[in-house]
Design a protein around this ligand. Structure first.
Ligand code: MN
Length: 236
């Protein structure tokens, strides 16, 4: 009898639908950019001076991925569960130490994402100099729409990004307000990692983050990219 390769069946590869393609986008790593809109950095009490600072990143496990349209339980361990509306850049080609001028070649496409956050746990960790994992990298915390292939969109330099909770606008900004733009992020991140097809990058949220409760419906929109929807269910 042939020996099995694994003790049990490995979990399925996390993936996202691709607009206009029956094949799905297999998600490799999830990178997230912190504090990439000035007004959000200020509302978090940590203003950014681009001249003297570098972008910073945290990661979410690929298993944290949830497709747009889902209902997720209000997560455990928090009393301050926040939305963060973000442009997601999907990487489709390998890149290491890429120049900003070449960064577009890495982009497979774009998506609309929610970096859901246990804000109370994140801020405790931040203020104690501890990792953000409990606040950021938890189950069903990386919500993402279908991926729109880049086509002739090129590098997105502007476009409305907004978010509503139960139809009320909570975030409204423009991609032109990104502190570090898409080529700058890809060039910088690729100094630290060998970027691979399947990596996705949440590029940061504008101002107006806030809490949601069970029963709330979140709807986010990015011009020319798409929409992301999430419903908050009861706690488990
Ligand atoms: Mn974020």
């Amino acid at each position: 009898m042939k020996s099995p390769a694994y003790l049990w069946t490995p979990p399925a590869t996390p993936s996202l639908p691709v607009l206009g393609n029956t094949a799905r986008f297999p998600v490799n790593r999830i990178f997230c950019v912190g504090r990439n809109y000035h007004a959000h950095a200020i509302e978090m009490g940590r203003p950014v001076d681009k001249a003297s600072m570098k972008p910073f990143y945290f990661t979410k496990s690929p298993t944290a991925l949830v497709e747009s349209g889902a209902t997720v339980p209000y997560p455990t361990g928090t009393a301050n569960y926040h939305y963060e509306m973000e442009l997601v850049v999907a990487v489709g080609a390998p890149g290491f130490r890429v120049n900003e001028a070449d960064a577009e070649m890495l982009i497979y496409g774009y998506a609309a994402g929610l970096d859901m956050t246990r804000r109370d746990l994140q801020l405790v960790a931040r203020d104690q100099g501890r990792p953000w994992d409990l606040g950021k990298d938890f189950e069903k915390s990386a919500v993402c729409s279908a991926i729109l292939p880049i086509g002739d969109l090129g590098v997105l330099k502007s476009g409305v990004i907004n978010l509503q909770v139960n139809g009320e606008t909570k975030q409204s900004a423009d991609l032109a307000q990104l502190i570090w733009n898409i080529p700058e992020l890809l060039a910088d991140l690729s100094q630290f990692y060998h970027l691979e097809p399947g990596d996705i990058i949440y590029t940061g949220t504008p101002e107006g983050v806030g809490p949601v409760s069970s029963g709330d419906s979140i709807s986010g929109h990015i011009d020319r990219v798409g929409d992301v929807l999430l419903t908050i269910g009861q706690p488990e």
